[in-house]
Each structure stands twice: as C-alpha cells, then as structure tokens.
Design a protein around this ligand. Structure first.
Ligand code: GTP
Ligand code: MG
Length: 194
C-alpha cells in the first residue's frame, strides 16, 4: 500500500450515518488519550490527518480514512471521565454498534497504554474481542516513555492483567521513535493483499 495516499473520508456521530460497507475495514480502538489518532498519523506519514490533542476525548466521532480498497476507522476513545453520562452512552453505542455490525471488519488494532495496567474498560473491550472472535492485535502505546527495566516489568505484569496475553499478538509502539510502525504496516499489507 502507498501509505502516503490515505485520505480523510468523513466523521460520523451516529452509527446510522456510516457509509455503505463497500470496502474492507481496519479499526482502531482504545481508551481516550491512548494515542489512536497519533498512531494513524504515523501509519500514514502525516502530521495532521487525524486530529491529536493532549486533551482527552478529542475524537468523539467515528472517523473514516480511505486508502485503496480499505477504510481505516478511528473509533472514539472510551473511558474519559469528564463527559456527561449521555455523551458516554452515545460513544459506547457508537463503538458497540460499529463492532457488532455486519461490516467487513478484518482487524481491530486494540491500543493500550504500555505504562499502566489496563483499565476495566480495556479489559471489557479485550474480553469482547475474544468472545466475538474478532481478529485483533494489541498495540502497546507510548513505549518510548519506559526504560528497559520498566518495559520488562510491564510486559511481565500484562501476563497477569490481560486475559490470554501470551496468546495475543502484541506490538510495542511509539510515535516518537517509530517503534512498531513497520510491523503495523506489514499486518495491514497482508490484509490488503488478501
Ligand atoms: P482520543 O481521541 O481522546 O480518544 O485520544 P487518542 O487515543 O486519539 O490519543 P491522541 O492520538 O490524541 O494522543 C493523546 C496524547 O498522547 C497526545 O498528546 C499525543 O502526543 C500523545 N501520544 C500519543 N502517542 C504517543 C507515543 O507513542 N509516545 C508519546 N510519548 N506520546 C504519545
Ligand atoms: Mg483521537
């Protein structure tokens, strides 16, 4: 794939607004502020294709990016405390509606902050992906913020914190050092060539 050619398609605030499922899709899920939009920008070599903010809750819509025969789908980040209950319900409705839809979702990149234990919401998402047999890859973000010892410690801890961690394909990732970017592209390329 020529990653430089990705284009923003549109942002959707309601599940019913999504475009017809005429392409295969790869989705990005994770807690608010985990780095979904940043990762999308790195994948596509762009500074501002997906909007990034130090303020959590930036992506409150489902954002579609088109490239070739695929859509890349930036899901709203869950778990952000400072939004109203109704807004939280709208977000989880969007995420659940999307994941349980009949769309041709080939893979979910499930992002978790490598520095911390996963949240309850993270575990719920991972359980959901496992239960529904949705293919997913765990992306451990902000790897640059850990030194060697801390990294080894977190990887050990994940074995106890994340169900089936050792059976899940996981990739440490950093938007700062580009660690993991090539591995993600290889995974995407394989899906595109299918
Ligand atoms: P929502 O849209 O709120 O769901 O957040 P998001 O998951 O899209 O996170 P976003 O990409 O906006 O990044 C949140 C913050 O984390 C920004 O300040 C980023 O610069 C920072 N960040 C993202 N990825 C990395 C990383 O790999 N390393 C470091 N050091 N910072 C990162
Ligand atoms: Mg975002």
């Amino acid at each position: 794939l020529n990653y430089n050619k990705a284009e923003f398609t549109a942002a959707y605030g309601k599940f019913s607004q999504l475009p017809p499922p005429e392409r295969i899709e790869i989705a990005f899920a994770g807690h608010s502020n985990v780095g979904k939009s940043t990762l999308i920008n790195k994948l596509f070599n762009r500074k501002n294709l997906a909007r990034v903010s130090s303020v959590p809750g930036k992506t409150a819509t489902i954002n579609f990016y088109g490239l070739d025969n695929m859509y890349f789908v930036d899901l709203p980040g869950y778990g952000y405390a400072k939004v109203s209950k109704s807004e939280k319900e709208r977000w989880s409705g969007l995420i659940e509606g999307y994941l349980s839809s009949e769309r041709d979702i080939r893979l979910v990149f499930m992002l978790v902050d490598m520095r911390h234990a996963p949240t309850k919401d993270d575990i719920q998402m991972i359980d959901y992906l496992i239960d529904t047999e949705m293919p997913f890859v765990l992306v451990l973000t902000k790897a640059d913020k850990l030194n060697k010892t801390e990294r080894a410690k977190r990887l050990e801890a994940f074995k106890h914190e994340i169900p089936c961690f050792e059976d899940i394909h996981s990739i440490p990732f950093s938007s700062q050092t580009f660690e993991g970017v090539e591995e993600l592209r290889q995974i995407v390329d394989e899906i595109a060539d299918d």
